[in-house]
Design a protein around this ligand. Structure first.
Ligand SMILES: [Zn+2]
Length: 92
């Protein structure tokens, strides 16, 4: 099973590539079901990232990160921000 370090590495690759998570296989189960979501302050684009697999429900959360330019984000308090986020099995 992949550890947090590997998950963070995959997150970085996806973020730098524009946020298209579905093209990358899950580090735990290998399915193409990854989802990356930034929930940030609208002005600074700083907030946290949720990154998980919709197949095996493993994932990581990262706090105090800045969403890269061009990546769609949700803002704090926006009801849709947490919509559809499963109860993750987090790699701490
Ligand atoms: Zn998975």
């Amino acid at each position: 099973m992949a550890n947090r370090k590997i998950w963070l590495k995959v997150l970085t690759v996806i973020a730098e590539g524009g946020g298209e998570a579905l093209r990358t296989p899950c580090p735990d189960c290998g399915q193409f079901q990854l989802e990356l979501r930034y929930i940030v302050d609208a002005e600074s684009r700083i907030g946290h990232a949720l990154f998980w697999c919709n197949e095996c429900l493993h994932g990581v959360t990262v706090s105090r990160v800045r969403a890269p330019k061009g990546i769609p984000t949700y803002t704090f308090g926006e009801p849709a921000a947490m919509e559809g986020v499963p109860n993750l099995i987090r790699h701490e």
